[in-house]
Design a protein around this ligand. Structure first.
Ligand code: 6GU
Length: 225
């Protein structure tokens, strides 16, 4: 998979992609992440990428031209499955959509800023608008990093068996069961006996039961469909 991220703050995104699983995925050649500084596509002598909103009001709006030019260059080099705009007014991301996106080959992600982007960017260039939750971030960069992480870890070969995505919370609309490690007794607080019983079948059943219990208590909405 290849992910191209368009941003005015590339330095904010270089961190999340240069550590841990995301770095390993790139080193293994399973994913390529390319950051593009939208300012470099500005024709303004001061590399301006935003302007006042027509009709007035507070807040600057990202202009279409630098974004359009950047997208055009990338599209001339390869076909993109989706051009995603990260925005709090998009539909809310969930695990199902991450699974779907993990099967794509080329994704472009636009991280918005200021008051938003000129509406014509959305009309002309964007194929999907995604929010990561009902709260507002100061920019789409961190949301783009969240989306990328959630998608990349699902690509076969990125995770090892130990961290396999199959047992994740949400993968089957259930939250994960509680987990424990040594010591089996910490200041009198003991690990559930069944986990040290060696009875694999019983452990699996216990875990499923705990998953259901936890989901019912914390996220009953997940059990509705
Ligand atoms: Cl995708 N962008 C911004 N700026 N805020 C958000 C978001 C995205 N998702 C939730 N809040």
């Amino acid at each position: 998979m290849r992910i191209d991220i368009l941003t005015i703050l590339p330095q904010l995104l270089s961190g999340p992609f240069s550590d841990s699983i995301l770095q390993r995925a790139q080193n293994k050649g399973l994913v390529e992440i390319h950051l593009h500084d939208i300012r470099e596509y500005s024709r303004d002598k001061h590399h301006k990428v935003d302007d006042y909103a027509f009709g007035g009001g507070a807040g600057m709006v990202m202009q279409i031209d630098p974004i359009y030019r950047c997208v055009e260059v990338l599209k001339s080099e390869r076909e993109y499955d989706e051009v995603i705009y990260m925005t709090p007014d998009g539909h809310r991301l969930d695990q199902k959509e991450c699974n779907e996106l993990s099967l794509k080959k080329n994704l472009m992600i636009l991280a918005g800023h200021y008051k938003g982007v000129d509406e014509r960017v959305r009309e002309l260039l964007i194929t999907r608008e995604i929010s990561i939750g009902d709260y507002v971030l100061s920019g789409g960069e961190l949301a783009g990093a969240v989306l990328s992480d959630a998608v990349i870890r699902l690509i076969p070969g990125v995770l090892n068996d130990e961290t396999s995505a199959l047992s994740d919370s949400f993968q089957d609309n259930l939250l994960s069961p509680p987990v424990y490690t040594r010591p089996a007794n910490y200041k009198g607080h003991k690990v559930p006996e069944i986990l040290t019983s060696g009875n694999t079948r019983a452990i699996e059943e216990w875990r499923h039961e705990k998953s259901l219990e936890r989901t019912k208590a914390r996220r009953p909405d997940l059990l509705e469909d």
